[in-house]
Unconditional design. Structure first.
Length: 70
């Protein structure tokens, strides 16, 4: 079990509601231990157990709630 931390460039976030939407969606994913959204920098930093959840699933989850992962 290894925790990986990755920062993604995410387009389309414009307010604190967007931040909450992404934090909630990723927070509900099994294997994700921490989410930090940098609204001004358009970045989302995610810590996750890579044996439980993959980066593809994380990207897909962000896209499912309406944002674009660069
Ligand atoms: Cu918003």
């Amino acid at each position: 079990m290894a925790t990986t931390t990755t920062t993604l460039d995410v387009k389309g976030m414009s307010c604190s509601h967007c931040v909450q939407t992404i934090e909630k969606a990723l927070g509900e994913l099994q294997g994700v231990s921490a989410v930090y959204v940098d609204l001004n920098g358009n970045k989302v930093t995610v810590s996750f157990d890579d044996a439980t959840v993959g980066l593809d699933k994380i990207k897909e989850t962000i896209e499912d709630v309406g944002y674009e992962v660069a």
